[in-house]
Each structure stands twice: as structure tokens, then as C-alpha cells.
Design a protein around this ligand. Structure first.
Ligand code: NAP
Length: 541
């Protein structure tokens, strides 16, 4: 039975002797040899270090005819040749002998790396009988598509692979939860201490961080696809994202890790914003998506000072209050934490930057569209309807109340609406009640549910008819930037405020907590506007 292990026990810095950088390897998966050779050139153009030639993907592959084409000199990149059988997750269905002969021919033609599966390694080595060319490194690989074994079992696997005479150990496992990756990091560090080159990756979305953070722990190589749709394993990022979004070339043992904890988390634009901000300010840190099922378990596992801070989103903001050692008084009053920072003494401190981000965005939206009294908040005295009673709902309700608004809560689960309304001292409504709720003109509406969020872009929390009672409509959803709710509200004549504005402002607050540096407002906005495109701002998991 695999057990979670704390990454606090792992010290990449201590294990960091001078070491080569982690290579970025692009799998070439074309069906035809000439296309595969073209993929090699495309991978080189992306800035990759190696290309993995997946011979098992080639249709009607004839080694003597096709290998000289694919491995023609001069090659744009070093080649890693893999001929994966079906029993190890590949597509080759024949006997081992012709497969081994093809791999040996690849060696003769100058392939820099050849991959052989652990289960076939002894047989292959016997056939090779010491005739491996000196410039060719043999990778002996093991793939587990079910789970990630215990650290002890992984260490045994490393020893078993080493015993075959491998130059490089490769272990790929599967994450059933994100804490599984910690065991792979421990094995990477262990191998680094013993100077054993190792590729250690954990597949699927919950294992995603293994692909980005392996340079921190000394992984020999990580895979990045040529483009989306050309992945050779589940949740493999693109090489372009590894290099340009996650700045993988800059990741080393001292790089601090930040990230967004959520479920789902793939929609978040935070990795794009924070990584770019870290890079532009020369801050040695990387920001990754953490797909987390159990927040307490995640925080107990990734408890070292290397994991320096977290953003928190659906559905963990309320649990985050309980998981922090200390909570800022406003975040405690709100009952939701969206930012966690690890202090030098290891303690986690929780903050809420949603509150200021959302309320200031709405205030500025009103000021930009109406004449207002500069001495008071434009929210003072107004009827402010919040849809939702989760983390964002609480932040909006608390903030509006603080600014003197009369706050009403509407929520799918009425009991939660009542609970928040009691805290704030206002009425609670069901979502059905909200359809006919128009006690006065000029009301403000704030949607804080995920209704209308990508991919459910045709959904909306309130009918267009009901929107006619509102003068100001805010939507916390920011993918897409213009939700159906905002589009229909604008058609009804309301002033609309996008969730993107809240997103930018809450992220600025987080950046200051993470780095201890004042945020460069202009720079932050420039990053967002240059990346303000759902296609480029969406990290790929
Ligand atoms: P949360 O704590 O999980 O709360 C979700 C709320 O949405 C709950 O009130 C829930 O109602 C309601 N809800 C969820 N699905 C619903 C559905 N299908 N129909 C009706 N109600 C539904 O989440 P959160 O952290 O507050 O985030 C909520 C949304 O705000 C997300 O879309 C998030 O991306 C967005 N957000 C944006 C920003 C920004 O910077 N723009 C910042 C924070 C959050 P029940 O109580 O009935 O479950």
C-alpha cells in the first residue's frame, strides 16, 4: 500500500551538487517517417533538447528503410529511440526480436539514447552483448499505469533497473492523488545523491507537477508535446508551456514553489499571470496548478519551506481557514482564505485578497459610469444582491457590508444563504425567489457561483428579464471574460464589471504576500492585457 510522505524530508538544495540541467524532450509521434523527421525539426525550433522517436507509432514501419530517413545526419536534435510494445502502453504488437534489432540498428545509426523496458532489458542486454556504441545512452524504463508505489518500492525499482546496466533509469507512475508525486520527488533526490541519472514522472492531471518541478529535484529529462493533442502520455504539457509559461530553464534546487490549489484548477489563468510576474521581477519561483482532493493532506505532504505559498480556489477556500496556523482577521471574519503564505518559521498564514479585489473593481466600475461622491463608497446605502454563499460569495458580502451596502444573499442551497445572511445581517433568498425580486431600482448584482464558466458558457444564474432591475452587474466568473450574464446585463442597460478585473486585483494582492515586494501595477496589467485571450491564458493540463 502506497503511503504519503512529507516533502519536508526532501532537501533538493542539500542534494544539489553541480548537475546538468533537466532536458526537455519532445515525443515525435507521426505515422510516417518523413513527418517524424519533420517533427524533430519542429521540436528543435521550439527550443527542446531531445526528441523521442516513437517507432511503435509508425504505420508499416520497415527499420532498414525508415530508420536512415528518421535518423538522417545532420539531425536537428539528439534522438531518443523508443519502440514501445503494447504490454508496456505502446503500440507495437510483434515479437521482441525484430523490435530489438530495430533498436540496435538505431544505435548503429547514431541514436543518442535508446529506451528499453525493464521487463525486456535482460534479454536485450544479452543480445547486445556489450556492443552498445559509447555515445549511446541506454534508458531502462518502467511504466505503471495504475498507481504510484511506496517510496521503498520505488527505491527497489531503481536498484532493479540499475542492475540491468542502465545508463539512465526511467520510472513513470500514475497519480491517484497529488500527494503521490511527493514520493517521486523523494526518489529523484535520493538518485541525485547517489549520482544515478533518473527520469521520474507521474502521469495524469494529479501528477502534473512532476513534469514541471522535476528540475528542482534533479530529474534528467521531462517530456513536453509538440502541440496540444500530440501528447504521448496523459496530462503531458506542451514543450512551449514548459519553456515559456513555466520557465523550466530557470527552475533549480533553490526555486520556490507557489501554485493554485483547486478542483477543478485547469481553467485558472493564475499560472500565466504569476509566472510572468515572477520572471519580469527576477524572483526565483515557479507557479503551478495543484489539483487537490484533500487540502489538509496536501498541505501536510508539501510542508517544506520550498512550497512557499498558495492561491486557493473552488472548493477549498473555507477549508483553508481551518488548515492555516494563523488567519488574518478579515479573512477569518469572511470565513474564506484565498492566499496562504509560509512564513520562515514554517507556519502557514491565510489572507483573503478576493474581498479588496472584487469590491474595488465594482467601486471603480460605478465611478467610471456615474457621478459619485468621492468622499464615500459608491456602494453605501445601495441594495447589493450576492448570488452564491461560498468563498467568493462571503468575500463579496463582507466587503459590500463594510462599505455600507444593504446585502441580500441568494444561493442554491438555501440553508447556506441563510447562514451567510445571518452573519451579514440581511435577508436570504432562494434562486427561484431571485427571479421575481425587484424591491427597488438601481440594485447591484454580484454572481459568485461558477455558473456560466467555461465550458458551460451558455448558462447564466439569472434570466434576462430579471436583470432589468439591476443598474450594476458583476460576475466573478472570468473565463470567458464576457459571460452570458454580463452580455445580457449590458443589453438591459446595466453597467457591467468583469471578473477579470477582480482576478487581476486579487492576484496583485497575492503577489505582494508571496514575494514581499510591492506590485508593479502597470507591469501586472500589461501582462494581463497582452495575455488577455482565453486561448493563450489557459494553462494546459
Ligand atoms: P465555492 O466556495 O465552491 O462556492 C461556490 C458557490 O457557487 C456556492 O454558493 C454554490 O452553491 C454555488 N454553485 C456552484 N455551482 C452551482 C450551480 N450549478 N448552480 C447554482 N449554484 C451553484 O467557490 P468560490 O471559490 O466561491 O468560487 C465561485 C466562483 O467564483 C468560481 O467560478 C470562481 O472561478 C470564481 N472566482 C473568481 C475570482 C476572480 O478573481 N474573478 C475569484 C474567486 C472566485 P451551494 O452552496 O448550493 O453549493
Amino acid at each position: 500500500m502506497a503511503t504519503a510522505m512529507s516533502v519536508s524530508a526532501v532537501s533538493p538544495a542539500a542534494a544539489a551538487v553541480a548537475r546538468p540541467r533537466t532536458l526537455v524532450c519532445v515525443p515525435a509521434t507521426a505515422r510516417a517517417p518523413r513527418e517524424m523527421a519533420a517533427e524533430l525539426a519542429a521540436a528543435a525550433a521550439l527550443g527542446a533538447d531531445v526528441a523521442e522517436l516513437r517507432l511503435d507509432r509508425l504505420a508499416g514501419f520497415a527499420p532498414r528503410r525508415d530508420l536512415p530517413v528518421i535518423l538522417a545526419e545532420p539531425r536537428p536534435l539528439p534522438a531518443l529511440v523508443t519502440y514501445r510494445p503494447k504490454w508496456e502502453g505502446g503500440e507495437y504488437e510483434g515479437d521482441d526480436e525484430p523490435r530489438f534489432e530495430a533498436l540496435m540498428l538505431a544505435m548503429e545509426l547514431g541514436a543518442e539514447y535508446v529506451d528499453i523496458e525493464l521487463k525486456a532489458a535482460d534479454k536485450f542486454m544479452r543480445l547486445l552483448s556489450g556492443k552498445k556504441p559509447e555515445n549511446c545512452k541506454l534508458i531502462v524504463s518502467s511504466h505503471n499505469y495504475e498507481n504510484t508505489p511506496s517510496a521503498e518500492e520505488l527505491a527497489n525499482l531503481v536498484a532493479q533497473i540499475q542492475a540491468t546496466g542502465a545508463d539512465i533509469v526511467k520510472i513513470a507512475t500514475t497519480a491517484t492523488e497529488i500527494v503521490d508525486v511527493a514520493r517521486m520527488f523523494q526518489i529523484l533526490v535520493h538518485c541525485q545523491e547517489k549520482q544515478v541519472p533518473i527520469i521520474g514522472l507521474v502521469m495524469n492531471e494529479r501528477g502534473f507537477i512532476s513534469r514541471v518541478l522535476c528540475p528542482k529535484y534533479g530529474g534528467y529529462l521531462t517530456f513536453g508535446s509538440l502541440e496540444k493533442g500530440k501528447e504521448s502520455a496523459p496530462a503531458q504539457p506542451t514543450a512551449a508551456d514548459l519553456i515559456n509559461l513555466y520557465n523550466i530553464r530557470q527552475i533549480g534546487p533553490d526555486t520556490k514553489v507557489f501554485g493554485i490549489i483547486g478542483k477543478p484548477v485547469g481553467h485558472s489563468k493564475s499560472p500565466i499571470l504569476h509566472n510572468e510576474a515572477f520572471r519580469s521581477m527576477g524572483f526565483n519561483a515557479v507557479y503551478v496548478p495543484f489539483l487537490v482532493d484533500d487540502l489538509a493532506k496536501f498541505l501536510n505532504t508539501y510542508s517544506s519551506s520550498d512550497f512557499a505559498g498558495f492561491s486557493c480556489t473552488i472548493p477549498h477556500k473555507e477549508a483553508a481557514v481551518r488548515c492555516c496556523d494563523e488567519v488574518d482577521p478579515i479573512a477569518r471574519d469572511i470565513g474564506a482564505v484565498n492566499t496562504m503564505v509560509r512564513r520562515p518559521d514554517g507556519k502557514l498564514v491565510g489572507y483573503n485578497t478576493d474581498y479588496v479585489g472584487a469590491i474595488s473593481a465594482i467601486e471603480d466600475g460605478i465611478r467610471a459610469s456615474q457621478q459619485t461622491d468621492p468622499t464615500t463608497s459608491p456602494l453605501a446605502g445601495r441594495l447589493f444582491v450576492v448570488i452564491g454563499a461560498g468563498g467568493a460569495g462571503k468575500a463579496l458580502a463582507y466587503g459590500a457590508k463594510e462599505k455600507g451596502a444593504r446585502v441580500v444573499i441568494a444561493n442554491r442551497t438555501f440553508a447556506r444563504a441563510q447562514e451567510l445572511a445571518n452573519l451579514i445581517g440581511g435577508p436570504a433568498l432562494t434562486l427561484a425567489d431571485l427571479e421575481n425580486y425587484h424591491p427597488e431600482e438601481g440594485m447591484i448584482l454580484a454572481n459568485t457561483t461558477a455558473i456560466g464558466m467555461h465550458p458551460n458558457v451558455n448558462e447564466t444564474p439569472l434570466s434576462k428579464q430579471a436583470l432589468k432591475s439591476y443598474a450594476i452587474v458583476f460576475d466573478a466568473v472570468y473565463t470567458p471574460k464576457e459571460t452570458r450574464l454580463l452580455r445580457e446585463a449590458a443589453e438591459c442597460g446595466a453597467t457591467v464589471v468583469s471578473g477579470l478585473e477582480m482576478f487581476i486585483r486579487q492576484a496583485m494582492g497575492q503577489f505582494e504576500h508571496f514575494t514581499g515586494m510591492p506590485v508593479d501595477n502597470e507591469n501586472f496589467r500589461a501582462i494581463t492585457s497582452s495575455r488577455d485571450n482565453p486561448n493563450t491564458m489557459k494553462p494546459r493540463l
